[in-house]
Design a binder for this molecule. Structure first.
Ligand SMILES: Cc1cc2nc3c(=O)[nH]c(=O)nc-3n(C[C@H](O)[C@H](O)[C@H](O)COP(=O)(O)OP(=O)(O)OC[C@H]3O[C@@H](n4cnc5c(N)ncnc54)[C@H](O)[C@@H]3O)c2cc1C
Ligand code: SF4
Length: 488
């Protein structure tokens, strides 16, 4: 621990945002860099606890007090080494992670927690600026081949780990570019896409073969890949979107959030051929769903120049602070306000959309809602109850359905004979990521259902360890929280 009194001397400080009225003029990231002295002070706030609960809060088991200390001491190269030892892509998590580590930080019991995520981002950005992030191709090749199917954070992490173990990895992606939801879901104002590109360039330099525009199961049968490769890792995500099967759901103007976000991400990327345009410009937009996807639809609609943006969430409004029944160090269900929420949206909770209304040409012109309440019965799932006489009509020309994903697609599972659970997540346990078919592994959202980037990276790393063990009988890849720093 560098500075014993750090947490007493310095208040929590994170990067500030450019003013909302300026940042909504474009799709660029808008955080304002902090001075090195300020970052070191934030590192000094870490108490280097005997039992660092932040470790267990982080799905990657990041070695948080160690990199905090290195930052406090100005040893940025050491910090970058520690950080990369458990996390292949801290530039993604440092921008996008909801930071369960910070909710688990011991300082958070009675003070503001350490700014772990912001420190993480600044370590990796310093490392890129200084040229420390370079390709690390394996010294020798094992002669084994692995196909990784799906290039989101789980697939990228699995591919990099397996390649480092010396296997020849081919990464298949059906979209034109790699990145999964990092590229086509998350807007540039949360993470500019050059951040993915510079990392992918390194992966290619390390020897990973990337094949985009290949839909496995359609362009090439999964069974053909099974014959060609020694092992397969499925990292295809949870891509089946939840619909809203109510009257009027087929009207023009009722749009799935991912169609809206994907098209906009391609537009920002300069792609011209986008099919039918989906834009919020001049429209009254209702975003149905209060999670990350909903928040990204809000920020994008505001950048399009929507006339108004409203956000509906069927759950009740959570408290701003930590609820009593969700004590530290657990992840609390509390009100989260994203940068997009601060750009101009009206948020409504405990509200259910009952019907979409169209004009005579089949265009959406409004919708009807009811207020709802949740009846809790101890030991049972809460029951949704509509409150009578609360119907309300809203003007709306664009409704964005951001209600999450129900599971994964089944084409590959059917071709390979894989077992799936009732939600169509491919079955494999967290103990070994093995499916019921030998040599076929699964990680990320395709295994656990819709989740987080940090979990996808963590699962990709863990699955790689088990694939390596399957191929070689043993593995030198690190397990969760171990890091791949030299072992003593
Ligand atoms: C709009 C939105 C915003 C989000 N924001 C955040 C956030 O801020 N922070 C956070 O932590 N999480 C966020 N998430 C969740 C996070 O993006 C996902 O949990 C994470 O990307 C899952 O990673 P993955 O690698 O398992 O799958 P994905 O990222 O979904 O990648 C799967 C990839 O596999 C490809 N694929 C699928 N099937 C095939 C096939 N048969 N052949 C070839 N390729 C195939 C897909 O095209 C895709 O590229 C967000 C999700 C959405 C939708
Ligand atoms: S990856 Fe997420 S949980 Fe882990 S240290 Fe970074 S911000 Fe915290």
């Amino acid at each position: 621990m560098g500075k014993i009194t750090g947490f007493l001397e310095f208040d929590r400080k994170v990067e500030e945002y450019a003013p909302a009225d300026e940042r909504i003029k474009n799709y660029k990231e808008f955080t304002l860099p902090m001075k090195e002295k300020e970052l070191k002070d934030q590192g000094a706030r870490c108490m280097d606890c005997g039992i660092p609960f932040c470790h267990s809060g982080c799905p990657l088991g990041n070695l948080i007090p160690d990199f905090n200390d290195a930052v406090y001491l100005g040893k940025w190269d050491k910090a970058a080494e520690i950080l990369h030892s458990t996390n292949n892509f801290p530039e993604f998590t440092g921008r996008l992670c909801p930071a369960p580590c910070e909710e688990a930080c011991v300082l958070g019991i009675n003070e503001d927690p350490v700014t772990i995520e912001n420190i993480e981002k600044n370590i990796v950005e310093t490392a890129f600026k200084k040229g420390w992030v370079v390709a690390e191709p394996p010294a020798t090749r094992t002669g084994k081949t692995v196909a990784v199917i799906g290039s989101g954070p789980a697939g990228l992490a699995a591919a990099q780990q397996l390649n480092r173990a010396g296997h020849l990895v081919t990464l298949y992606e059906r979209d034109e570019k790699v990145g999964g939801l990092l590229r086509y879901g998350i807007p540039d104002f949360k993470m500019e896409k050059n951040i993915i590109d510079r990392r992918v360039k390194i992966l290619e330099e390390e020897g990973i073969i990337i094949k985009t525009g290949v839909h496995v199961g359609v362009d090439v049968l999964a069974t053909e890949l099974q014959d060609q490769f020694d092992a397969i890792v499925l990292t295809g995500g949870a891509t089946v979107r939840r619909g809203l099967p109510i009257e009027g759901a087929d009207l023009k103007g009722v749009v799935q959030a991912m169609d809206f976000l994907k098209q906009n991400n391609k537009r920002v990327d300069g792609i011209k051929d986008l099919g039918e345009e989906i834009k919020a410009t001049g429209k009254n937009v209702v975003v149905i769903g209060g999670g990350d996807t909903g928040s990204d639809c809000i920020g994008t609609s505001i950048r399009h120049g929507a006339a108004s943006v409203s956000n509906f969430e069927i759950l009740g409004k959570p408290p701003v602070g930590r609820p009593e029944d969700q004590p530290w160090p657990f992840w609390p269900m509390r009100l989260r306000t994203s940068s997009s929420h601060k750009e101009g949206v009206d948020r409504f909770f405990s509200i259910s959309t009952k019907k979409f209304i169209g004009d005579k040409n089949g265009n959406l012109k409004g919708l009807i809602t009811s207020e709802v309440e949740w009846i809790t019965v101890p030991g049972k799932r809460p029951i949704l109850k509509e409150i009578s006489n609360t119907e309300k009509e809203w003007k709306c020309e664009l409704a964005l359905l951001a209600m999450g994903f129900t599971g994964s697609e089944m084409t590959i599972a059917e071709q390979l004979g894989l077992e799936a659970d009732a939600r169509t997540n491919i079955k494999a346990s967290e103990a070994d990521y093995k499916t019921n078919v030998p040599g076929v592994y699964v990680a990320g959202d395709q295994r656990r259902g819709q989740s987080l980037i940090v979990w996808a990276i963590s699962e990709g790393r863990q699955a790689a360890y088990h694939v390596d063990t399957y191929l070689m009988g043993t593995s030198y890849l690190p397990l969760k929280g171990e890091g791949d720093l030299p072992r003593v």
